[in-house]
Design a protein around this ligand. Structure first.
Ligand code: B3K
Ligand code: ZN
Length: 859
């Protein structure tokens, strides 16, 4: 497949200022007539050929300026039309079969309704068009269809007319006044009911808000609506951004490749990020709904009003919008807890990407299939890079920068460079070298050493940016590190410093220390780097107890455990050191479990042990079996060592009644965490407490937590809970997804066997991405299943990819990176992982999506 390169960008030869689309809707036949006003781009290359992208569609009729055209050509999937002048009207008719569209890109049927997904290149599956984000058009849409099948007809913008047709049909016309690229087009038709509300913007515009769902689901939409209203208000207050239409629609669909999509005025969502009530959604689900609703809403400015020039600039909208949704969620809940969660996601999802065969800069230089670049790097690392600018500038100056960015580029398709320039001009920062964060892949490794001499503490830092595919040599990047130096006796510090490591090495001196202080570094995770530092357990225990930066406190606890487990996995712990390491962890954990000053949400964060994948990141090559065993052994030790404290904690919080306030949510989070450790130490006690928690649960958080613990135990209570859970939620797809993923994610000794049985279950559907992920993504990230020493876990994921690829290549490709980690795994397993990749590569008809990921992973 051809490689698309950033450096090859050329402005479009032709522009389409206006497009009128007419849809005659049907589930298995929809006829589309597209009328384009085509204008030569004065900045284009002057070619007479109009190239319109297509994908698995054929032109049924083409007219130019009202006259039928017969000499159009196809160049692969694209339609080529020769135009004599500078301005023409081109009309094209296509016929689609939405019910047969299993890729869920373009126009497709889901649950009896029709909906669209166009980002990145789905519009070309609907009609021929210059399907690139720098071609902005004003859209008018007409649709007609059977009124009983499609009672609700929605598109972008405002409804301008509607009426009845013949034979039980009806029609509607929609107009979106804001020019937009084709990837933001959307249409939805089907039987839907709305939760309706209004919002008045800061300048007094009254906006109608609707959350559309299938009849029966409307009772689970209030949290989504509340989150939408909160987002609209927050963006006005925090970024000065106001909504710009009289209508904002959200539609929930049950078949969706991603989380949601920010189509102008008509966001389409995976049901997973809309529906929530206490009986069916966990507290984490509530947070996810709020975060994704915010994210898509914020795209109205960072994405829609200012869009991307080309897909290499994807992080321009995604990195920035992730930062915006992170700040929003932090303001809605607990800022420190949100920060810790975001860093955990980065370390679990992005660090491995950055150190593997698919590593790419947040602004990639090339791709074969753009769908493969909707990654944690572009999204989450992209957000971290912008967050660093904010840290260096300060909040107020940063806002000046974003104001300038929106003002300068409103209504246009911009680049990452435009964004950095606006931040530079608005804040006064010099970001010349900082731009390297956009072009270099790899997680910088910063080693830190603190020396004490006389009254001076000296911090010596060095950085290396590891080589990544296609980038053997790296230049040092500016790394902003928030630090503090603690007095061991008082447990306090004299103020935080922001140091910027700008070269390979840096040395920073601080005066006024009679004794060696304790270093707290990368506070708040001010830079997305890995810090390497030899640390005494006692210093980490001290920071875990005393640091006034909550992230740093969490980090100290993580480092303490990480240091111990890495040594254990490397075989470097004799019995004495194992015992002293565990003792230090036990002391710190006990202090956390019993600290009366801590709120429970934060206590829950501090109690989470580093993930196995993050542990594996610390080692060049590792044995996942040993990592798993060592981490489980530590959990079991903690469960026994702190049995009394954990049981007391579980008793205390089990008495807290259900509510959505922070204290009650904290209690629920801890309840399950305590249960996990109790069960690790004593399976019988764990099972008894878990089934009791399950039976008396009046909310999904408690119920799911109990089932999660039971799913990993070999006990009769497990079967009781699983059977009850399935029966109780029959017909509720999102909860059935949980039922699958709780089992597939468990550490049950026979988990692989169970996953194979689940794949044969009546409720399993290969055509539904949520269901596929609930079983197989849970399995792929479950070390006990995936890394089974037999290789059966690898074979299972390999087979899935081969089976799913012809149905839904985008979703299939998401499973490749798990196998692509083979170089970092011990040789026996590595060979089996590689063999699975080769088996996939041997399939002749592989999609571009999977082909790219597999080839790079083998490369
Ligand atoms: N912009 C969409 C991503 C859709 C990508 C599909 N391949 C979701 C989001 O980031 O908001
Ligand atoms: Zn986004």
């Amino acid at each position: 497949p051809p490689v698309i390169r950033r450096e090859d960008y050329l402005p479009p030869a032709w522009l389409i200022p206006e497009i009128a689309l007419d849809f005659a809707l049907g589930l298995d036949e929809t006829v589309v007539v597209s009328k384009l006003s085509v204008r030569r781009n004065p900045d284009g290359n002057g070619t007479a050929t109009l190239r319109l992208n297509g994908d698995q569609i054929a032109p049924r009729a083409v007219t130019v300026d009202g006259t039928a055209l017969n000499d159009w050509k196809l160049d692969g999937p694209d339609l080529l039309i020769e135009l004599a002048g500078d301005a023409h009207e081109v009309a094209i008719e296509t016929v689609l079969n939405p019910a047969a569209n299993s890729q869920l890109m373009g126009l497709y049927a889901s649950n009896g309704m029709l909906c669209t997904q166009c980002e990145a290149e789905g519009f070309r599956r609907i009609t021929f068009f210059p399907d690139r984000p720098d071609v902005l058009s004003t859209y008018s849409v007409r649709m007609s269809g059977d009124k009983a099948t499609f009672p609700i007809l929605l598109a972008n913008g405002n409804c301008t007319a509607e009426g009845e047709g013949e034979d039980g049909t009806h029609w509607a016309e929609w107009h979106d006044p804001w020019p937009k690229p084709s990837y933001l087009f959307a249409l939805v038709a089907g039987e839907l009911v709305a939760n309706h509300a209004t919002f008045t913007t800061m300048s007094g515009r009254r906006v109608d808000l609707n959350v559309w769902v299938r009849p029966g689901d409307e009772g689970r939409t209030q949290h989504a609506m509340d989150s939408l209203i909160a987002s609209m208000k927050w963006d006005e207050e925090t970024f000065g951004r106001e909504y710009d239409l009289d209508l904002f629609n959200i539609v929930a669909v049950s078949d969706f490749n991603m989380g949601a999509m920010e189509n102008k005025g008509l966001n389409v969502f995976n049901t997973r990020y809309v529906l929530a009530d206490p009986d069916t959604a966990t507290d984490a689900d509530y947070d996810a709904v709020e975060g994704v609703i915010g994210h898509e809403y914020f795209h109205n400015w960072s994405g829609n009003r200012v869009t991307c020039r080309d897909w290499f600039q994807l992080s321009l909208k995604e990195g920035f919008t992730v930062l915006r949704d992170q700040l929003f969620s932090a303001d809605m809940g607990s800022e420190p807890v949100k920060r810790i969660e975001d860093v955990r996601v980065l370390r679990i999802a992005q660090f491995p990407e950055d150190s593997g065969p698919l590593a790419h800069p947040i602004r990639p230089d090339s791709y074969q299939e753009i769908s493969n670049f909707y990654t944690a790097t572009v999204y989450n690392k992209g957000a971290e890079v912008i967050r660093m600018m904010r840290t260096m500038a300060g909040e107020e100056a940063f806002r000046k920068g974003t104001d300038l960015y929106f003002e300068r580029h409103d209504g246009t398709a911009a680049t990452c460079e435009d964004f950095v320039k606006a931040i530079e001009d608005g804040t006064g920062l010099d970001l010349a070298r900082f731009r390297l964060w956009y072009s270099q892949a790899g997680t910088p490794q910063v080693s830190a050493r603190l020396e004490h001499d006389g009254r001076i503490a000296r911090l010596a830092l060095t950085q290396t940016v590891p080589a990544t595919p296609g980038q053997p040599e790296k230049a040092p990047m500016p790394i902003p590190l928030r630090i503090a130096l603690f007095d061991r006796d008082t447990g306090t510090h004299a103020g935080e410093h922001l140091v910027i490591l700008d070269g390979d090495e840096g040395s920073f001196a601080f005066e006024g220390f009679d004794k060696p202080p304790v270093l707290s570094i990368n506070r708040g995770f001010s830079a997305p780097v890995a810090i390497e530092m030899e640390r005494e357990d006692e210093d980490l225990v001290f920071l875990a107890a005393n640091d006034d930066d909550p992230f740093a406190r969490y980090e100290a606890m993580q480092s303490l455990v990480l240091q111990h487990l890495v040594a254990a996995v490397g075989g470097g712990l004799d019995e004495a050191r194992r015992a002293s390491g565990r003792a230090a962890i036990g002391r710190a954990m006990k202090a956390i479990v019993t600290d009366p000053e801590l709120d429970d949400l934060m206590r829950g964060e501090l109690m989470i042990l580093p993930a196995e994948s993050y542990l594996a990141e610390q080692l060049l090559v590792s044995d996942p079996g040993v990592i798993h065993a060592e981490r489980e052994a530590l959990k079991a030790w903690l469960g026994l060592e702190l049995a009394d404290e954990l049981k007391a904690l579980h008793d205390r919080i089990s008495a807290v009644p259900y509510s959505r306030d922070a204290a009650a949510r904290g209690a629920r989070k801890l309840k399950t965490q305590a249960l996990v450790l109790i069960a690790s130490g004593d399976a019988g006690e764990g099972a008894a407490r878990a089934i009791a928690q399950y039976r008396k649960a009046d909310n999904m958080t408690d119920r799911q937590g109990a089932v999660m613990v039971l799913a990993g135990l070999d006990c009769p209570e497990r079967e009781e809970a699983l059977a009850d859970f399935l029966a109780r939620y029959e017909g509720n797809a999102l909860v059935i997804d949980k039922w699958f993923s709780l089992q597939a994610g468990s550490f049950h000794p026979r988990v692989l066997e169970q996953i194979h049985a689940l794949a044969q279950h009546d409720e399993f559907r290969m055509s539904n991405p949520n269901r596929v992920r609930s079983l197989y993504m849970a399995a792929a990230v479950n070390p006990q299943a995936f890394h089974d020493a037999s290789g059966a876990g690898y074979a299972m994921i390999g087979e899935l990819i081969r089976k799913l690829d012809p149905i839904n290549p985008q979703t299939a490709a998401r499973f490749v990176p798990a196998l692509g980690r083979w170089r970092r795994v011990e040789p026996g397993r590595a060979a089996m992982m590689r063999a699975e990749l080769e088996k996939i590569a041997a399939v002749p008809s592989l999609s571009r999506d999977v082909r790219e990921q597999v080839t790079k992973s083998l490369g």
